[in-house]
Design a protein around this ligand. Structure first.
Ligand SMILES: Cc1cc2nc3c(=O)[nH]c(=O)nc-3n(C[C@H](O)[C@H](O)[C@H](O)COP(=O)(O)OP(=O)(O)OC[C@H]3O[C@@H](n4cnc5c(N)ncnc54)[C@H](O)[C@@H]3O)c2cc1C
Length: 403
């Protein structure tokens, strides 16, 4: 089968990144993929610690942490390719590792050595530690993605200054890894600023008074990745735990979002690739009308479109990753375009695979229903198509900042 790339051979990867990719490809194929169906049936809010532990042994909870301090030191390109590999096997598992990386991203972006030393070191130990990035809330989703929505945010989680610390109050919702996370980056609005215009990013210990795990979510897809609420009631956070500046949350959110969209596009590409792999195998074996399915022109067209979508989605996220690795500030346009195209590819390829595989794909034990459910995830998080359209047109018309 020639359409699956050999990611480890990409010429822009460093030798150590190629080694990681080879190892991850094997892990995805031999460990993550075979357990995907079982994990899909997992009780809500649980996590497959055995696989997380194996991934941790490979370094998947410290992917972007520099090598000098014990991490894998992956750039955005290698990171995204790792996420594609994991997502082609089980996108929920890509999210468990990816969300922990998402917690680390603001710390790595802001570069405060004290915070990095304290909050990145736990990921270098022998036991796996999960973390999360807590932005979304019941009333505020896109209002925390698009700066132009920010004056309209309602009932935001607040941060009130009290001496040398802040008190956080509010509830974060839909947060990947929340049920088991030890740490979170929390976006809270500085009290007395309208909407979410006073957004400030705090790095927070979750094992402390004033923090509770709220509702655990029963998601239809990505069931491998536990998700839930975090409830803050006068939770104390020392002032040195502000990442970046007070009220600097939007700038940080936008930068982190631009970086994260590259990985989200890669995850969506992995989902699209899985559908292609399934359809390719089926159409190469299944005969109808005396021919293999791929020999029928209409089916061939479907397969070719699926392959083209995977290639296009991958080319776009690779382009976005290379730019994110080499250009400061991180560009907004390329990651948004990559995610927009990859979201669509994941859904369209799941749809095409369902129709090519037919009744077999409609059986619960076949696994395609999981792919169909998982395929919708990237459509929702880290920028809906409508939000991405606004980011892209702002860039096209060169509209700086707020619309
Ligand atoms: C699998 C999964 C994992 C997640 N993990 C996390 C996590 O780890 N951390 C976290 O913080 N959140 C997480 N989320 C939540 C995610 O951040 C939100 O779903 C996202 O921000 C969108 O918010 P919403 O779903 O409430 O939709 P809303 O913001 O309510 O949007 C609903 C609709 O309104 C449209 N809309 C909104 N504003 C505009 C506008 N200005 N112009 C045009 N259309 C608009 C949107 O495009 C969308 O179609 C996760 C979600 C999923 C599905």
């Amino acid at each position: 089968m020639t359409f699956t790339h050999s990611p480890a051979d990409h010429p822009l990867l460093q030798p150590h990144e190629s080694d990681v990719l080879r190892t991850v490809a094997t892990f995805a194929r031999e460990v993550v993929g075979p357990g995907a169906a079982e994990r899909d049936a997992i009780e809500k809010g649980q996590v497959d610690w055995a696989t997380v532990r194996e991934g941790h042994a490979l370094g998947l909870l410290r992917m972007a942490i520099p090598r000098e301090t014990g991490g894998l030191g992956l750039g955005q390109l290698a990171l995204a390719m790792v996420l594609e590999e994991l997502a082609s096997a089980d996108p929920g598992m890509a999210l468990v590792f990816g969300a922990t990386g998402l917690f680390q991203t603001p710390l790595l972006v802001c570069g405060d050595p004290r915070l990095q030393e304290r909050y990145l070191a736990p990921f270098l130990g022998p036991e796996p530690v999960l973390a999360c990035n807590a932005v979304a809330e019941q009333f505020n989703g896109t209002d925390l993605v698009l700066p132009q929505n920010s004056p309209h945010a309602q009932n935001m989680t607040t941060a009130r200054r009290s001496g040398g610390e802040y008190l956080l109050n509010g509830t974060k919702r839909y947060i990947t890894n929340a049920p088991f996370a030890t740490f979170a980056t929390v976006m809270a609005n500085l009290e007395d600023h309208p909407g979410s215009t006073g957004l400030t990013c705090f790095v927070t210990d979750l094992e402390q008074d004033g923090v509770e795990r709220g509702e655990t979510h029963d998601k239809v897809g990505y069931r491998t990745a536990p998700a839930g609420e975090l409830v803050f009631t006068d939770a104390r956070v020392p002032e040195e735990n502000v990442i970046g500046d007070e009220r600097g949350g939007w700038d940080l959110n936008v930068t982190v979002g631009n970086l994260t969209r590259v990985g989200c596009a890669a995850i969506a590409t992995g989902i699209a690739r899985h559908s292609l792999t399934r359809a390719h195998a089926w159409c190469g074996e299944r005969r109808q009308g005396g021919r293999l399915l791929y020999e029928h022109q209409m089916s061939a067209r479907k397969l070719a479109d699926m392959a083209a979508r995977v290639s296009a989605a991958r080319a776009l996220y690779v382009d976005a990753a290379v730019k994110a690795d080499t250009i400061l500030p991180t560009p907004a346009y390329e990651p948004a375009v990559a995610k927009l195209v990859a979201d669509r590819a994941a859904i369209d390829n799941a749809d095409a695979a369902m129709s090519l595989i037919g009744a077999q794909a409609f059986q619960r034990d076949d696994g395609m229903d999981r792919v169909l459910r998982d395929a919708y995830g990237p459509r929702i998080y880290e920028g809906s198509p409508e939000a991405l359209a606004l980011v892209i047109t702002d860039e096209l018309y060169d509209i700086p900042g707020v619309r």
